[in-house]
Structures are given as structure tokens and as C-alpha cells.
Ligand binder design. Structure first.
Ligand code: NAD
Length: 437
């Protein structure tokens, strides 16, 4: 007699669809699910395990109550999502923003799984966030919020479980409070519980510039492969903070001309090339590029149509859309930001022959040096900045070469190729570990 257990029909009948797999539920998690569907045909026998990638391993929603300076009590919603831990502990930043949602944190945690596997660091993917506008809090309130959130998620984080890091609106000070809170709760100093810490507290040299350096490294590799000379190449950069500012400086040092920069204070242009060190000093002093003397001002829309060879979105999500993608003149887009290109815009750029170096490989330099920080914390032995930069460049070059090869082999975009490489690594680990029990 045939036994129904294990037949596809039986499996389908006992499955219940989690709410976040509801086809009506779009948003960032929906975009991520589409990306997984796109690579499934390339996964061979590992496609059997693909459902693993479509469900976060663990998602924690926490209430974060704090006493405000005026004596009232405020409640904020916080999240920590561990998307996948097949290849190692969860790893990913913590975002403080009033618009953070569970769907967004789930998608960001999944993209961390992809990114960490793409550069082959031994981590899964995780992400956290609190729905709060931190600019409305005093320093004392921000510290209490961070400490209470850390205590609430303390049941699932730890140096060998899940290691948070800075993301939008969080920084080294917040990582120091998180490290201290976790350490107080476990009874000993645990520097390896977070990365992106100040250097005096077990942080790593080179971490601040690491993402911009990674952006530059993959840009140079792609330029070599496509015959685009960096010397004299014109660059437009959106976002002149940690990522955009560092990448612009490294490209300018290599002989490129940064002709346009946009940030939250406006858009500036100089066809002969902006003086990048002077602009960095101006931003440091004035908080933005607006009012820089050596440039003309453009409207924010005009930025996208600037004549240039390389465009680096390094500010926010969803900036290159179906409304502006058609105007872009660059030959290459290097995604410094997470998710700066919508799927519709991605297709428009592809049809125009613009080479897109996707976020999941292009901005992986930050997590790579976070990995170095974690390794240094475990051994309590710290490396020189030159050593860190050399190791970072080697990892980024090797990862990019692998992705490029897969893109050529399957005639797919670099985004799909990065997903193929990463999903294969994650699902291969899943398969070798097997299911428990
Ligand atoms: P940052 O805060 O240092 O800089 C952000 C920049 O974006 C600023 O120049 C700001 O003026 C600009 N900006 C903000 N709103 C804007 C708007 N409406 N229009 C134009 N510009 C605007 O942040 P960062 O660390 O450089 O991060 C930038 C992006 O890179 C984010 O998407 C982040 O998630 C991503 N990222 C950062 C790292 C990292 O290590 N810092 C790693 C991976 C990805």
C-alpha cells in the first residue's frame, strides 16, 4: 500500500501559509521574495531547500518602554529578526527610524544573509530596529531606549548567536551602550556582542571607511573588466556621508572627477570636478554639501540626468525609480546604499545596458570589516589598518570575480548572479547540516 507521507500532495495539504508569504503582502519583503523566485531555477538540487530562504528563522517583536525626561512613560516597538543561521551566527545592523516595520526588518535581515554569504564571511543574516524618531529624544532618553531594547532582545543575541551593528541613525556610541548593557546582564565584558564599536572599546581600525572602500574596490574591478578607465571618469554621488564621502574620496584619489553630489541639503555640480577634500571639510563643518563655494547648484531632479560614467547612490532606499531611471547617463551604477534601485528601475537600467553593481556585493565591505572586528575581539589581538584594508580588498576582489563569472556563465545580471552564489552557499550549508530532529 502506498503511503501518502512525503508526497507533494500531502505536503501541500498540511502546509499553512505564514502571513508574510501572503501574495498580497508586498513591500520590501515582497521584493526579496521575488528575488528568491528569480534565482530558484539556477539552484539545481538545492531548490528542494529554497523554502528555507522564504521564512525568517526567528522574529522577535519587543515592547520598549522608557521614562521620558518629563516623567511620562513612552512605549516603542522594537524588532530583531534572524533570517538564517545555517552558515553561522546572525549578523546585521540596528535601525532607529520612525518608519521601520517588521516587513522592512525581515527584508533587511534576508539581504544580510545574502550579503554575508556573497563575501563568504561565516555569518547568517539578521537585522533589528525600533520605530522611533531618535532626533526627538534627548541623549538620556536615547541611552535608556537603547539599553531597554538591548535587554529585551538579549534573549536571542550574543557573540556566538547574533551580533548587531550600526545602521541608519545608530552609531558607535549606541553600540557602546548595547555592549555595556549586554555585558552587565551576562556578568562579564562581552565586546564581541556588537561590531562598529569605538576603537577604544574593541572596535576595529578601518571600519568607518570600510563600506566606501568596498564600493571603490568593486567599482575598479568592474571598470577593468568592462574597459572603463577610472582616470578621468566622471562620477555622480548621492549621499556624502560615511559611504558616499569615502567612495568619492577614493575615486578622486585614483584620478576620477566627482562632478555632482546630492545630499539632504541640495545638489551641487562642477563639470571640471569638485575639490573632494574641500567638500568633505565643508560637510564636516556645515552638515551638508549645500552652500559649497566651488560649484553650481542643480535641482534635485537634474542630478539623475548629469553626464557621467559612474553613478553611486549612497543615501537611501528606493531612489532610482521608473521615473528617473530612463534619464541616467552613467555606464555603471554602484549601489552603496541598501536597496536604492526599485525592481522596475532595475529592468529599465538593464534594458539600457547600464551595468548595476548590486548592494548585496557592492556595500559588503562594512560587514567584512565587522567580521574582522569580531575576530579581533575574540583573540584580543588587534591588526594594523594596512593589514585590515589589504584583507578587505582581497575578499571583495575574490567575491566580485566569483559573481562576475556566474553572471557570464548564466547570462544574468550581477544582482541575480550574487543571489545565485549566496543562495547556493546558504542552502548547501542547510543541506549538509540536515534537519533537526
Ligand atoms: P550617513 O548617515 O553617513 O550618510 C547618509 C547620506 O545620505 C548623507 O550625506 C545625507 O545627507 C544623505 N541623504 C539623506 N537623505 C537624503 C535625501 N533625501 N536625498 C539625498 N541625500 C540624502 O549614512 P551611511 O552610513 O553613509 O549610509 C548610506 C547608505 O549606505 C544607507 O542606505 C545604509 O544602509 C547603507 N550602508 C551603509 C553601511 C555602513 O557601513 N555605513 C554599510 C552598508 C550599507
Amino acid at each position: 500500500m502506498s503511503h501518502p507521507t512525503g508526497t507533494p500532495g500531502h505536503a501541500a495539504s498540511i502546509h499553512t501559509l505564514p502571513s508574510y508569504l501572503d501574495p498580497q503582502h508586498l513591500g520590501p519583503w515582497g521584493i526579496y521574495l521575488q528575488q528568491v523566485d528569480r534565482v530558484t531555477p539556477y539552484l539545481g538540487h538545492l531548490a528542494r531547500w529554497v523554502e528555507t530562504l522564504k521564512r525568517p528563522k526567528r522574529a522577535l517583536i519587543v515592547d520598549v518602554p522608557i521614562e521620558l525626561d518629563n516623567g511620562t512613560i513612552a512605549h516603542f516597538e522594537g524588532y530583531r529578526v534572524q533570517h538564517n543561521t545555517s552558515r553561522g551566527p546572525g549578523k546585521g545592523g540596528v535601525r532607529f527610524h520612525q518608519d521601520v516595520t517588521l516587513s522592512e526588518v525581515m527584508a533587511l535581515s534576508a539581504w544580510m544573509s545574502i550579503k554575508n554569504a556573497a563575501v563568504n564571511v561565516p555569518y547568517g543574516g539578521a537585522k533589528g530596529g525600533i520605530r522611533v524618531d531618535p532626533k526627538k529624544l534627548s541623549m538620556g532618553e536615547l541611552e535608556r531606549l537603547t539599553r531597554r531594547y538591548t535587554s529585551e532582545i538579549g534573549i536571542i543575541i550574543g557573540p556566538s548567536k547574533d551580533i548587531p551593528a550600526p545602521d541608519v541613525n545608530t552609531n558607535g556610541q549606541i553600540m557602546a551602550w548595547m555592549m555595556d548593557t549586554y555585558s552587565m546582564n551576562v556578568g562579564s565584558t562581552a565586546t564581541g556582542v556588537v561590531t562598529g564599536k569605538p576603537v577604544d572599546l574593541g572596535g576595529s581600525l578601518g571600519r568607518v571607511e570600510a563600506t566606501g572602500r568596498g564600493v571603490f574596490t568593486v567599482g575598479v574591478e568592474a571598470a577593468k573588466l568592462t574597459g572603463l578607465p577610472i582616470e578621468g571618469a566622471r562620477l555622480a554621488v548621492q549621499g556624502f556621508g560615511n559611504v558616499g564621502g569615502t567612495a568619492a574620496k577614493l575615486f578622486a584619489d585614483a584620478g576620477a572627477k566627482v562632478v555632482a553630489v546630492q545630499d539632504h541639503t541640495g545638489t551641487i555640480f562642477n563639470g571640471k570636478g569638485l575639490d573632494v577634500p574641500a567638500l568633505l571639510a565643508h560637510v564636516q563643518a556645515r552638515g551638508g554639501v549645500g552652500g559649497f563655494a566651488g560649484a553650481d547648484t542643480l535641482s534635485n531632479d537634474e542630478f539623475w540626468a548629469v553626464d557621467c560614467e559612474i553613478l553611486i547612490p549612497a543615501a537611501l532606499e528606493g531612489q532610482i525609480t521608473q521615473d528617473n531611471a530612463g534619464k541616467i547617463k552613467a555606464k555603471m551604477v554602484i549601489e552603496g546604499a541598501n536597496g536604492p534601485t526599485t525592481p522596475e528601475a532595475d529592468d529599465i537600467l538593464h534594458d539600457k545596458g547600464v551595468l548595476v553593481l548590486p548592494d548585496v556585493i557592492a556595500n559588503a565591505g562594512g560587514v567584512t570589516v565587522s567580521y574582522f572586528e569580531w575576530v579581533q575581539d575574540f583573540s584580543s589581538f588587534f591588526w594594523s589598518e594596512d593589514e585590515i584594508n589589504a584583507r578587505l580588498v582581497r575578499i571583495m576582489q575574490e567575491a566580485f570575480a566569483g559573481v562576475w563569472h556566474v553572471a557570464q556563465e548564466h547570462k544574468v545580471s550581477l544582482r541575480t548572479a550574487t543571489f545565485i552564489v549566496a543562495c547556493q552557499r546558504i542552502l548547501h550549508a542547510r543541506e549538509m547540516r540536515g534537519l533537526y530532529p
